[in-house]
Write a protein that binds this ligand. Structure first.
Ligand SMILES: Cc1cc2nc3c(=O)[nH]c(=O)nc-3n(C[C@H](O)[C@H](O)[C@H](O)COP(=O)(O)OP(=O)(O)OC[C@H]3O[C@@H](n4cnc5c(N)ncnc54)[C@H](O)[C@@H]3O)c2cc1C
Ligand code: SF4
Ligand code: SF4
Length: 568
């Protein structure tokens, strides 16, 4: 072999020296093929150690270097620097980690020495195969593109822009906010969800360097790290983002009614619609799949409908808009596309899709939202409030058949829902059927204790899929297998009062006072409500489109939408 390999073993003060036989490792290295010099040093990373290495490389005419010392995380850059300064290609150096991987973990000096010898031998063989590399500097684009306009994407784009980078936010829905925008309160702190989003959205709307593309999807990403070319399809919204003021005059005459997916299909929307009141951008979109003007199988009398265009006082409806494919150049792409929900129809024991009043968590979240189908009231399909509610945990989670992992969110969401039910329906019996409780953080435990103290029953089932829902006459019953293998009944829809409600009534009988209708919520922070954000309690139950009066200034009729240069 023509190569002259130098092996230098560091004592690292007492760290390596006291744990293994450094000189035995040096002797072993000296006998390895290609090794021209093998020596030890007290502290190779010190100034004196670096000077020693440099003089060795030059004096011995070394062509490759092995440093047996600490973790490369700590000093690989240091020893590459020494190589380079000594005229050796810095990539012809290999480190053997005999400190963290031998000295600190072995305990037995003889074993540690044997291990260190093996590491050094492997490094010598490896360094002989190294190729000299060259550093190249490639121009990289500082801009970034973020996919997904939920709370994660919004935060990412705001953080990027704050650092002075141009940031693009691509959201496939017609508006920003993701899942959180559909919630009334965010738990565990019962925070008003829209109030939490509002300042983040405000940054996106007004901060420099941000361009938001809603109703858009990434089609293709070409290039590599530092230089991507991203093709984004911006779907035709059919409404001009800058002319529209969000007055809503266009929805009323639209004859189409379809299920509103923002309310999980529990309400209906028009073919021209705003997903929910106060969303951003506060500009409707025409769903061309259902709009009579674009639908291929529309009845002859309905074809060519232009009712929304006639109703818009600002000429904002533009049927001629076409999809556009934009080419964006960015140095990095952040994916913040959120999660997909488990389809409970895959687990037929819960009766979802077959039994009325079996809802998913997301459907319930819309039910308790002021902007949802019932204006925030917990009602059954017949319009009556339920007397008993059961929440089944872990649906689709922790089960090898579906998802083997914990969703990490449904226990907390369930506690939040129980809190809302107890607040709204203090007499209702509430049961949670669970097999494990995943309650991260102090606040989640506090919330759990709180809902228990208000009478919520926590019924432990044998496993995640050990519950089933059945119809019993007009009512639903939840049955579950207890840990002992018995079949028990979870929620009883009878009028049997919960323990706290019963004791409140007997107290009232004794004292002659009327029973307390609302539980004392004072211990749990009340959600902040003094806001004008979407979803705030002040919003009307059903959004009534308001036609601006002639001569009315535009700003007066627009609740909060002001198109900035950030939106396109
Ligand atoms: C029923 C339920 C209740 C919950 N309750 C709480 C709670 O009380 N408190 C709490 O802290 N958390 C709660 N969570 C969790 C919370 O919703 C999530 O942690 C949060 O929404 C995650 O934000 P995100 O931005 O990552 O994703 P999302 O909010 O899901 O946003 C992702 C966005 O990406 C968009 N997108 C997806 N794919 C594409 C694509 N290909 N191109 C462009 N855009 C795309 C989506 O349209 C969406 O707007 C709950 C979750 C559920 C399901
Ligand atoms: S064109 Fe007619 S059907 Fe289409 S959105 Fe407008 S009013 Fe509705
Ligand atoms: S009627 Fe109002 S909401 Fe509808 S497009 Fe025109 S300006 Fe926008």
């Amino acid at each position: 072999m023509d190569e002259k390999i130098g092996v230098y073993v560091c004592e690292c003060g007492p760290n390596i020296k006291n744990a293994l036989d450094v000189e035995a490792v040096v002797r072993h290295a000296g006998g390895l093929p290609g090794v021209a010099a093998a020596k030890s040093h007290r502290l190779l990373c010190s100034d004196e150690g670096k000077a020693f290495l440099k003089s060795e490389i030059q004096a011995q005419g070394l062509t490759r270097l092995v440093i047996a010392a600490c973790s490369p995380r700590e000093h690989e850059a240091t020893f590459r620097g020494v190589s380079e300064a000594s005229g050796l290609n810095p990539f012809l150096m290999q480190m053997a980690n005999i400190r963290e991987h031998a000295a600190w973990v072995t305990g037995e000096p003889a074993v540690a020495t044997a291990k260190a010898k093996a590491f050094v031998a492997a490094a010598v063989r490896r360094v002989a195969l190294h190729q000299p590399l060259e550093r190249k500097f490639v121009d990289s684009n500082p801009d970034a593109l973020v996919v997904g306009g939920g709370v994660a994407g919004i935060s990412a784009v705001a953080a990027l822009a704050q650092k002075g980078r141009k940031a693009y936010l691509v959201e496939r829905a017609p508006c920003l906010g993701g899942r959180v925008a559909r919630f009334e309160d965010a738990f565990p702190r019962a925070e008003c969800a829209s109030c939490m989003l509002e300042p983040k959205l405000d940054k996106v709307l007004h901060q420099d360097n941000i361009q938001v593309l809603t109703y858009s999807e990434v089609e293709e990403v070409l290039g590599s790290f530092g230089n991507y070319i991203i093709k984004v399809r911006r779907k035709a919204r059919s409404v001009d983002l800058h002319n529209c003021i969000g007055c809503g005059a266009c929805y009323e005459p639209c004859p189409v009614q379809v299920p509103n997916d923002y309310d999980e299909g529990m309400s209906r929307r028009k073919a021209i619609y705003i997903p929910y009141t106060g969303c951003l951008p506060n500009v409707p979109v025409i769903d061309r799949e259902t709009c009579l003007r674009f639908k291929k199988d529309a009845a002859p009398g309905q074809r060519g409908c232009d009712l929304c265009q006639k109703a818009c006082p600002f000429g904002a409806i533009d049927y001629s808009q076409q999809d556009e494919v934009l080419e964006i150049r960015a140095g990095g792409v952040v994916l913040a596309t959120g999660s997909a929900l488990f389809d409970p129809k895959r687990a037929p024991q819960y009766g979802y899709g077959k039994l009325d009043n079996v809802l998913t968590g997301m459907e319930f979240a819309r039910l308790v939202s002021q902007t949802g189908p019932t204006g925030g009231k917990v009602l059954k399909k017949d319009g009556q409030p339920p007397q008993a509610v059961a929440l089944i945990h872990c649906v689709g989670s922790r089960t090898p058949e579906y998802n083997p992992y914990c969703s990490g969110v449904c226990c907390l969401a369930s506690l939040g829902f129980i809190h809302m039910i107890q607040k709204q329906l203090p007499q209702a019996e509430v049961s949670a059927v669970y097999s494990e409780l995943s309650l991260p953080g102090r606040d989640a435990q506090k919330l759990c204790d709180e809902v228990k103290s208000h009478g919520a029953r926590f019924l432990r089932a044998r496993g995640p899929a050990a519950a089933r829902v059945e119809r019993e006459g007009e009512r639903l019953a939840v049955r579950y297998q207890t840990e002992a293998g018995r079949t028990a009944r979870g929620s009883s829809p009878s009028r049997t009062p919960t323990r706290s409600a019963a004791s409140s009534r007997s107290r009232a009988r004794k004292t002659g006072s009327s029973p307390r209708r609302t539980p004392p919520w004072s211990r749990w922070p009340a959600p902040a409500r003094a806001c004008s954000s979407p979803g705030a309690a002040s919003l009307p139950r059903t959004y009534r489109p308001r036609r601006p009066k002639a001569g009315q200034p535009r700003e007066a009729s627009s609740r909060r939408w002001s198109p900035g240069r950030n939106w396109s």
